[in-house]
Design a protein around this ligand. Structure first.
Ligand code: ZN
Length: 180
């Protein structure tokens, strides 16, 4: 019974995320890599770009290399720097699409555990190793409050305020541990 309840909670959680996906899909909402970068920037720095090293807002842009530089500490960085996407060779568009597929597949059947690494590999056209790594990172992120940075990027705002309480979080911790 206990088990059934936490399963129901999990289903409810994934359905909640699913309801908030953009209605025409993430590739319509953010059709290019530039659009994805702009979306990430808007989520990370709602009040304007900030240096991840010194928090200065005195920032310049090297357009061609999609690189920002800090006029205060001279640090160079990109919108991905210091985020989940740091050092990732996978394009943001693929991250966004993978997260969408993972959410969709979690609600596509009873007790669905989401797509396998092989499903993702086929749907995204990337290696199995990359797909598997992507899946683990994205699921861990989506289970964070507000769906983590990836959830904030691809999900529409939720006005119900129905985020997880402490008990839900404990259950999700157990769920995550059981996947490791
Ligand atoms: Zn700085």
């Amino acid at each position: 019974m206990e088990h059934q309840n936490s399963q129901t909670e999990r289903n409810r959680y994934w359905q909640g995320l699913h309801r908030r996906l953009p209605s025409n899909g993430v590739t319509s909402a953010w059709p290019t890599e530039d659009a994805c970068r702009a979306r990430l920037a808007e989520i990370r720095w709602p009040d304007g770009v900030q240096c991840p090293r010194c928090s200065s807002a005195n920032i310049g842009v090297l357009e061609k290399r999609q690189t920002f530089y800090c006029n205060a500490c001279r640090h160079h960085f990109t919108v991905q720097s210091g985020s989940l996407f740091h050092h990732s060779r996978v394009a943001l568009q693929l991250w966004f699409s993978a997260a969408e597929i993972i959410i969709q597949d979690h609600v596509s059947g009873w007790h669905s555990a989401g797509p396998t690494g092989h499903d993702l590999k086929d749907k995204l056209g990337i290696s199995y190793v990359a797909a598997h790594r992507l899946k683990r990172k994205i699921i861990a992120e989506l289970l964070l409050p507000h769906g983590g940075i990836i959830g904030e990027c691809i999900l529409m705002p939720d006005d119900s305020g129905d985020w997880l309480d402490d008990q839900d979080l404990d259950e999700l911790d157990q769920f995550l541990n059981s996947m490791r």
